[in-house]
Design a protein around this ligand. Structure first.
Ligand code: MD3
Ligand code: FE
Length: 216
């Protein structure tokens, strides 16, 4: 394991290899956070955050919406990507240019050039919300990485291995942090511990997470 600093414009970014194709880019999106948060507001105007129902009948504590050609949904019928918002019947809002640029730049920095996402799941956590250990397996081709962006309140992220029973590592994800999940880590189990209450200058008592994917 090694850490290194690399210049990116006038900003220095800490590249922390988490192992197996996962790279943490500390603060990579910090300078663009206001633009990203404004874009999230526009997306939520068109496709409001909602707490979806798992196939087992539980309401998720994390509120979600999507932008892009495809969006991730869950209901009693299962987990899948849809081209339209099931709540409104309208196509999901477009993936904003700022999201695409950020995803591509982060993927390049992590060693995955040419990443062009077609889907972005937007997660909103309020105090008490959590995401239990899972794999992201609803995308067509696991050869593409996933780029995740954390905004607002910090959270403890946990990631394990290919088996649900594998030991987990805990990592604090803070405002502006970006993680690129490629290679073997793409199918590793991961989750987010219960969000602690707090106040963030940009988001108040909330955390947002963007995950950009090539779903189709
Ligand atoms: C590792 N989101 O939306 S981001 C998800 O903070 C999700 O909201 C979390 O897990 C959140 O599916 C974690 C980090 C992340 C995202 C996707 C991954 C880690 C991943 C896919 C494969 C491996
Ligand atoms: Fe996930």
């Amino acid at each position: 394991m090694r850490d290194l600093f690399e210049p990116s414009g006038d900003q220095e970014v800490l590249h922390e290899p988490l192992g197996e194709g996962a790279v943490l880019l500390r603060g990579f999106a910090a300078a663009r956070s206001a633009t990203l948060l404004a874009a999230i507001d526009s997306i939520a105007d068109a496709a409001p955050f909602r707490r979806m129902i798992t196939p087992g009948g539980f309401e998720m504590s994390v509120a979600m919406t999507n932008c892009g050609t495809a969006g991730w949904v869950t209901d009693r019928k299962g987990y899948r990507y849809t081209t339209h918002d099931p709540d409104s019947g309208k196509p999901w809002p477009r993936l904003p240019r700022e999201f695409l640029d950020l995803a591509e730049a982060a993927a390049v920095a992590a060693g995955f050039p040419g990443f062009l996402p077609d889907a972005c799941l937007v997660n909103r956590y309020e105090p008490g919300a959590r995401l239990s250990l899972h794999q992201d397996r609803d995308e067509a081709d696991y050869g593409h990485p996933i780029v995740s962006v954390s905004l607002g309140l910090p959270a403890t992220f946990q990631f394990g291995g290919p088996k649900r029973s594998d030991p987990v590592k805990k990592v604090a994800l803070r405002h502006g942090d970006v993680v690129v999940w490629g290679g073997a880590s793409r199918l590793f189990h991961h989750g987010v511990l219960t969000l602690k209450d707090g106040e963030h200058p940009s988001t108040g008592r909330r955390r947002f997470n963007l995950t950009m994917r090539k779903a189709l």
